[in-house]
Write a protein that binds this ligand. Structure first.
Ligand code: AMP
Length: 212
């Protein structure tokens, strides 16, 4: 099964992708995680991508689409994948369609996790991620204290640079202008599923699961 996850920053795409990956035994591809790994490793891609990410802007297609096209050809994607954070523009959506066609595949579902801006701000301001395994956590929902570490791998929990307030505002703006039009794009392709993202991760997951 090939799935695209759509939703504003902080809508819970990463959390749902991790749960769906387990359930469906398919690969989770997060372009944000790929960029962050490159930033940590100090690669040329990471250095260039960081300039855009820190401003809440999209990383240009010349750095993004080739990377995704090549990742989709990896063996672990042959059983299916969940794309989290890609596509983020109509042109990326079209590129993905072409790539899928070339490989004789289709996107089965585009799952749109709908949340209000207030919820986005609440979630992002309290979000922490594990420096080692990228697992997302939340100060209030997960009862974190200053000394908390990742419950999966013991890694340090940190706030993403682009989760700071000013950058979040810009990311939301970028989302509305560039990414939201993809909802109509996938609706027209008759593969759109809309779920209410305001509940707990488990509630949202159950809604996705029932619909699938
Ligand atoms: P995310 O972890 O999905 O919130 O992504 C973090 C940041 O990485 C975004 O705010 C963008 O700057 C960049 N990014 C991630 N995916 C894409 C994409 N498909 N196209 C362009 N930029 C992206």
């Amino acid at each position: 099964m090939n799935i695209v996850l759509l939703g504003a920053p902080g809508s819970g795409k990463g959390t749902q992708a991790a749960m769906l990956k387990e359930k469906l035994n398919i690969s989770h591809i997060s372009t944000g995680d790929i960029f962050r790994a490159n930033i940590r490793e100090g690669t040329a891609l990471g250095i260039e991508a960081k300039e855009y990410i820190d401003k809440g802007q999209l990383v240009p297609d010349r750095l993004t689409t080739g990377l995704v096209a090549s990742r989709l050809k990896d063996k672990d994607c042959s059983n299916g994948f969940i794309l989290d954070g890609f596509p983020r523009t109509i042109s990326q959506g079209e590129m993905l369609e072409e790539e899928m066609k070339k490989n004789g595949k289709t996107i089965d579902y585009a799952i749109y996790i709908e949340v209000t801006d207030e919820k986005v701000i609440e979630r992002i301001s309290g979000r922490r991620v594990c420096k080692e395994c990228n697992a997302p956590k939340h100060i209030s929902y997960d009862n974190l204290s200053e000394n908390s570490v990742c419950d999966k791998c013991g890694g340090q929990l940190v706030q993403r640079d682009d989760d700071k307030e000013e950058t979040v505002k810009k990311r939301l703006e970028t989302y509305y202008i560039n990414t939201k039009p993809l909802i109509k794009f996938y609706d027209q392709k008759k593969c759109l599923i809309v779920v209410d993202g305001k509940g707990t991760p488990k509630e949202v997951y159950d809604e996705i699961n029932n619909t699938l």
